[in-house]
Write a protein that binds this ligand. Structure first.
Ligand SMILES: Cc1cc2nc3c(=O)[nH]c(=O)nc-3n(C[C@H](O)[C@H](O)[C@H](O)COP(=O)(O)OP(=O)(O)OC[C@H]3O[C@@H](n4cnc5c(N)ncnc54)[C@H](O)[C@@H]3O)c2cc1C
Length: 379
């Protein structure tokens, strides 16, 4: 996957490296030349004092610790995929965009996907179909097309084309819990700088990816707030996407994973405690005049606060998971092709089989770079 990451990236801070691209369409900035806001700078000093390694390049292989968050950003503004990949002011001749034209289902000729039927009944045909409707949209389209768990499809009155139990299952997310600091200063003007501190929970293997993250950013919002967010990067809890009916205008029923698995609560509590260590550190307290009286104190209070306050970051993945074996829950193969079909692919965050130890946007673009080459070489 590394060549595809390098292909998409234009790292403005570190340039060409074995793990960085310098010429891709997506600019990556950390704004290393700028000073974070005083409260944010104080949190970085607190991380240092609390024993986090200081990391300038979080995308360097093996980087674990605290430092600036790499952002797809330019002049303080988030750069979207459309900004980066579409020429400004015109649509390329080989691309036509139909806005507000939801896809109802896939049209097949035998096992081969030959088009999509839109909600208005019209059909768009093509040699290959690539679904990019996201972690909620892609499994819904597949299920409406008869591709999914047979029992659910039958219950919806949809004829089963391919029994694929993994469609709409395995919905994974990054749960978070915020330690608000009681900040009563002003907001920082753009660019709003972010830092992250990654680490391993007590039971996680040190050689594996970090499973916890603390996230701080310059004060923002109205009234301005400053928070230390704990994020569980490798949760075990899973939710699902299911149809309400066969009617394509009916939105799917989404059951977010939440914190169903008690081990996830334990680890997010561990992350939240570290967030409180930072929020209550003398460096941060010096910048945050009004101590927040609502901090939970006892272990039971901390646990309840996390269970009641946890939210979806939201980084949903996994509902059309990539893998070799449909019986183990895989939906697409290593080319993004839907198992048991011809000419039908899914390329979006839904094929990421498990929650990544980072944020999913760049991974999704990497998948598009990598799989577009593979798909182009299929018949
Ligand atoms: C508020 C928010 C903040 C986020 N911040 C970050 C961040 O800072 N960093 C990061 O890495 N990730 C972030 N994410 C996650 C990131 O946006 C997603 O991982 C990424 O967009 C996934 O890309 P995708 O192509 O799979 O899906 P999407 O970007 O969701 O694209 C799917 C598209 O398909 C369309 N669609 C759905 N159903 C149909 C249909 N039936 N017919 C036609 N079109 C359909 C949808 O309208 C949508 O436009 C954030 C997400 C949210 C919601």
């Amino acid at each position: 996957m590394l060549p595809a990451f390098r292909k998409l990236e234009r790292d403005a801070d570190f340039g060409e490296k074995p793990w960085h691209g310098a010429d891709g369409p997506l600019p990556i900035r950390r704004y290393l030349e700028l000073e974070p806001a005083p409260a944010h700078a104080a949190a970085l000093r607190a991380f240092d004092d609390l024993g986090f390694a200081m990391v300038r390049d979080h995308n360097e292989p093996g980087a674990v610790g605290a430092g600036p968050m790499p952002m797809s950003s330019s002049d303080g503004e988030r750069v979207t995929t459309a900004d980066a990949y579409l020429p400004a002011g015109r649509t390329p001749a080989n691309l036509s965009i139909r806005a507000d034209s939801p896809t109802a289902e896939i049209v097949f000729d035998g096992d081969r996907a030959v088009g999509v039927r839109l909600l208005d009944g019209s059909i768009v045909r093509g040699r290959r179909m690539v679904l990019c409707a996201g972690t909620y949209g892609s499994p819904a389209i597949l299920m409406r097309s008869g591709i999914g768990p047979a029992s659910h499809l039958r219950a919806m009155g949809i004829p089963v084309r391919v029994d694929l139990p993994g469609v709409g299952a395995n919905l994974a997310d990054h749960p978070g819990a915020d330690a608000v600091t009681g900040y009563d200063g002003s907001a920082q003007s753009a660019p709003n700088l972010h830092s992250i501190a990654t680490f391993h929970s007590a039971g996680a293997p040190a050689a594996g990816p970090p499973d916890l993250m603390l996230w701080v950013r310059d004060p923002f919002g109205d009234p301005p707030g400053f928070e230390i967010d704990a994020v569980l990067l490798k949760p075990r809890s899973r939710g699902s996407v299911r149809l309400r009916s066969a009617d394509p205008s009916d939105p799917p029923r989404i059951a977010l994973p939440g914190l169903h698995d008690p081990a996830d609560v334990d680890r997010l509590v561990e992350g939240y405690r570290r967030a409180l260590d930072v929020a209550e550190h003398v460096e941060v307290r010096r910048e945050v005049a009004r101590p927040d009286a609502t901090y939970p104190r006892t272990p039971a209070d901390v646990r309840r606060t996390v269970q009641e306050g946890a939210y979806s970051v939201p980084h949903v993945v996994g509902t059309c998971a990539m893998g070799p074996a449909p019986e183990d829950g895989a939906v697409v193969d290593a080319s993004g092709r839907v198992h048991g079909t011809d000419g039908l692919f899914v390329v979006d965050a839904s094929i990421i089989p498990e929650p990544p130890s980072g944020f999913p946007h760049l991974i999704t673009i990497m998948l598009a770079e990598r799989l577009s080459e593979r798909i182009a070489s299929t018949r």
